[in-house]
Design a binder for this molecule. Structure first.
Ligand SMILES: *Cc1c(COP(=O)(O)O)cnc(C)c1O
Length: 396
């Protein structure tokens, strides 16, 4: 057995079901393991490394900032945090940003803000409605908001005031809605839930219902944001905006950062002392994220995601037409899923052996979330590999 895998088994908490590969290097769309084998990365650290691995400008910004100032606490002002917040608010509905260190923390902040907003208005609204099969994180509040039983097992009692309705089911949402609901929390495309796309008009109808009942609308764009779906933020495919939006994953291209963004009106409830984070928006990580977002502008990666994503989706459709075990192609931009009639983990393992890093969610949906700089020839190679695997599986 690989020495590092054996050593990990002795000392690291065994919370992850890992593939038996030790990666030592990444560059662009490729990864290299400790035996020197090269892989094409269609996972990007789970929709994180949208610019590809070891982006030179991000590496340089990080190294430079590390030599100047890593951290001083939020008791003081620092420049990269301000510049990053300016970049983000210039490009979306939000007026203000709260920076933190992960997706779960961003959603924690969103949940706290929604409750505080109504508290400040003197209204007793505290219920949060989210979706079945949603994923919002692993902390107690975000787990409480997550609509999947398997991740909650053993951790009850969870927080009160969270309820779930089926995604894409307006009647169920209307039924659950009343004047005690403070917010509806929804992913514009469910990622971990199996790459589930909203029906046309669904997000607009959710917005209209929130407006009618006075509840806030929170979009969890932790996976869908930062160009992943072919727009900078997935909600920009629709005609509506949320009151609060959360980001994390690709914002730092691999550096730990999260952001909770909101309108002025709502963010006013995060007054002095209402919330905080030691590391949130630290100069080091903010400088890296600033280099990330500037590279987004310079390299037109969002446009690439839209264009390559359409090609990728058409390729998956062609594969589906050829194999009976390929059941459904879903997704937008470079957040794509292929549901199969078979075990996803088996396909992931076989693809890995052939140098292709993919992943499966909900057991039978293969998920493709490559760096946004993935190329058509790389997609063609993956299709060839999946074609071989499906042919073998179909014959077996
Ligand atoms: C990954 C993810 C989270 C959790 O982010 P962490 O950084 O792992 O805490 C929350 N919501 C969505 C939609 C995600 O994809």
């Amino acid at each position: 057995m690989n020495e590092w895998i054996a050593r990990e088994a002795e000392v690291v908490a065994q919370t992850y079901g890992r593939c038996p590969v030790v990666f030592v290097k990444g560059e662009g769309t490729t990864l290299t393991d400790d035996a020197g084998k090269i892989y094409t990365d269609f996972l990007a650290g789970i929709a994180v490394c949208n610019l590809g691995h070891a982006h030179p400008k991000v590496a340089e910004a990080l190294a430079e900032q590390a030599k100047i100032l890593c951290h001083v606490s939020n008791l003081f002002y620092t420049r990269p945090q301000v510049e990053l917040a300016e970049w983000l608010t210039e490009r979306c509905f939000a007026d203000r940003v709260f920076l933190c260190n992960s997706g779960a923390e961003a959603n924690e902040a969103a949940i706290k803000l929604a409750r505080k907003y109504f508290h400040d208005k003197g209204e007793s609204r505290h219920r949060i409605l989210s979706m079945a099969r949603s994923f919002h994180g692993r902390t107690m509040a975000t787990l409480s908001a997550t609509g999947q039983d398997k991740v909650k097992e053993g951790f009850t009692p969870l927080l009160p005031g969270f309820e779930y309705v089926a995604f894409n089911d307006m009647a169920a949402l209307e039924e659950a809605m009343d004047e005690t609901v403070c917010a509806v929390l929804v992913e514009p495309i469910q990622g971990e839930g199996g790459v589930c796309v909203p029906d046309d008009g669904y997000l607009e109808a959710v917005r209209a219902l929130c407006d009618r009942s006075g509840a806030l609308l929170i979009f969890d764009e932790i996976q869908t944001g930062m160009g992943r779906t072919g727009k900078l933020f997935a909600y920009q495919h629709t005609s509506v905006t949320p009151d609060i939006m959360t980001l994390a994953k690709a914002l730092g291209n691999g550096l730990p950062i999260g952001a909770m963004l909101a309108t002025d009106k709502v963010m006013a409830s995060f007054s002095k002392g209402a919330h905080g984070s030691t590391f949130g928006g630290t100069p080091l990580v903010s400088a890296a994220a600033l280099a990330v977002v500037r590279a987004f502008d310079e390299e037109k990666v969002v446009e690439k995601a839209a264009d390559t994503g359409a090609y990728f989706k058409a390729s998956l459709e062609a594969l589906k037409a050829k194999h009976a075990l390929a059941k459904d192609v879903r997704g937008q931009g470079l957040l794509l899923g292929l549901e199969i009639d078979g075990d996803g983990a088996t396909v992931v393992e076989k693809a890995l052996a052939k140098g292709q890093v993919i992943n499966a969610v909900q057991g039978k949906t293969l998920r493709f979330v490559p760096p946004l700089i993935i190329t058509r020839p790389e997609i063609d190679t993956l299709m060839g590999v999946l074609d071989e695997i499906f042919t073998d599986m179909g014959a077996a």
